[in-house]
Design a protein around this ligand. Sequence first.
Ligand SMILES: *[C@@H]1O[C@H](CO)[C@@H](O)[C@H](O)[C@H]1NC(C)=O
Ligand SMILES: *[C@@H]1O[C@H](CO)[C@@H](O)[C@H](O)[C@H]1NC(C)=O
Length: 244
Amino acid sequence: MVFAAGLLSLALFALPALAAPRGAARSTLASRVAGRRSGPKIPSNGINALTKGSSNVEYSQNWAGASFESAKNTYKAVTGSFVVPTPSAPKGGSGSYAASAWVGIDGDTCETGILQTGVDFTVDNGKVSYDGDTINVTVVAASTTSGTATITNESTGVTVSKSLKSSAKLCFENAEWIVEDFEEGDSLVKFADFGSVTFTNAVATLQSGGTTGPTGAVLIDIEQSNKVLTSTSTTSDSVTVSYT
Ligand SMILES: *[C@@H]1O[C@H](CO)[C@@H](O)[C@H](O)[C@H]1NC(C)=O
Ligand SMILES: *[C@@H]1O[C@H](CO)[C@@H](O)[C@H](O)[C@H]1NC(C)=O
């Protein structure tokens, strides 16, 4: 299931098998985009795999950010705005590196479905896909198998909105603001040094009608090869993920 729309595309996709290309579709990046796939949270298998402790931080191989892990049927929409960062190769690295930032429902403790939308950022031997624009990303679920994803480029006011359908079922138990090391082929892409991403005006809408900011969400950081690569913090209306 592919939902590409200009520079931005949107995805509601089945887990774990279905590929869902999403992101910058400039021609030079076409081959990268063709095989890219966003995925559910993969737990860390490194030294921090089992720690959570008082800081309420969980470690993952591919997700960093804040995620509510709540009862079924809690959430129905998630939104946030962020400035697309300028990615670079980590110290000593060369070649192609990438990451994406998105908001979503499920894909964490709910492993059957995910409704998400966001933006990929890539650096390829010093050439950056795009950066610096403020983007508002919003997902709204309509049923367990359908929803709407909207991206507004606040620098231009251009909005892209897509109705999405999937046979994969949402549980409405996670609401999240995430920077992801997404997959290409069968492995994670080399994770870019993205500096930091701050989701502002971060709000999740509850099925009961109220809203919540990220306070109290589980914090997730990326650990790969026993190295913690991110540091996440929240305020009542923002989530900041920094590359460390
Ligand atoms: C982002 O877009 C959503 C949906 O269109 C809207 O409700 C929200 O207010 C927007 N946020 C900002 C900060 O403009
Ligand atoms: C936002 O709009 C600007 C100005 O047209 C454009 O250069 C940029 O690529 C857009 N950003 C995204 C993420 O689509």
